[in-house]
Ligand binder design. Structure first.
Ligand SMILES: [Cu+2]
Length: 197
C-alpha cells in the first residue's frame, strides 16, 4: 500500500461527567484505545517526552510503553517518588528522595497502571498509565477529547479517571470520517476498588 493511500481517521470523544462536582476535573481523564493493530501504527504526531512535574497536587500521566518518564520537582521542599507497579515483573518499583530541582527518570517497560506516592506528603498522589500504543490523550476541562490519526478499524475505547474508574466501550473508526463517541463517567461505573487497568 502506498503511504498516500493510507487512511487516517479522527476519533473524537465527548466526555460527559454526569456527577461532576467542583472537585472533579474532566481534564484529569485519560482516554485511550486498545486494539492489536494499533501497536505498530504510527501516531499522527510524535508524542512529547512524558514529564511528571511535582507541584503538590494529584495528577495523571499517560505514557507509551518503553518511554522514559522524567520526574521533576518545582517545589521548594524535598519530595519522594515512589511508584507502585502492579507487579515487580511488569515494571520496576523504586523509592527515591527528590530534592528541589533534582531530576529523576525511569522507563516503564510494560502496560500497567501505577500509583505514585510521595512518602513525605500524604496528600500527593499521581497515576501513570503505561499504554501499549500511542493512541491516547488527556481530556480537556470542558470534557472533550480528540485522538487524531487513528487507522480505520474496530477498537475498544477506554476512559479512566481516578474517581470514576474505567469505562469501556467499543468503537468502529471508519475510513475518511470523524468518529464520535460519547462516554459518561458516573460514580456507579466505578468498580469500587479504585483500581485501574
Ligand atoms: Cu512530596
Amino acid at each position: 500500500m502506498l503511504y498516500s493511500e493510507r487512511l487516517f481517521e479522527l476519533l473524537s470523544v465527548l466526555f460527559d461527567c454526569a456527577e461532576a462536582s467542583g472537585e472533579v476535573n474532566a481534564g484529569n481523564t485519560i482516554v485511550y484505545l486498545l486494539g492489536e493493530s494499533l501497536v505498530d501504527a504510527e501516531p499522527a504526531e510524535p508524542l512529547p517526552a512524558p514529564t511528571m512535574d511535582q507541584y503538590d497536587y494529584t495528577f495523571m500521566l499517560p505514557v507509551l510503553v518503553g518511554s522514559r518518564v522524567t520526574f521533576t520537582n518545582r517545589d521548594t521542599e524535598t519530595h519522594n517518588v515512589h511508584p507502585y507497579a502492579k507487579s515487580r515483573r511488569r515494571n520496576r518499583t523504586f523509592n527515591k528522595a527528590q530534592r528541589p530541582g533534582l531530576v529523576l527518570s525511569a522507563v516503564f517497560a510494560n502496560p500497567d497502571s501505577i500509583r505514585v506516592t510521595c512518602n513525605i506528603h500524604a496528600q500527593m498522589l499521581a497515576h501513570i498509565l503505561v499504554l501499549p500504543n500511542p493512541f491516547f490523550t488527556m481530556g480537556t476541562e470542558d470534557g472533550t477529547f480528540t485522538i487524531a490519526g487513528v487507522p480505520a478499524g474496530r477498537y475498544e475505547v477506554l476512559a479512566w479517571h481516578e474517581e470514576f474508574g474505567t469505562v469501556r466501550s467499543a468503537v468502529e473508526v471508519r475510513a475518511s470520517q470523524t468518529t464520535t463517541v460519547e462516554i459518561s463517567l458516573t460514580r456507579t461505573t466505578s468498580d469500587g476498588s479504585r483500581s485501574n487497568e
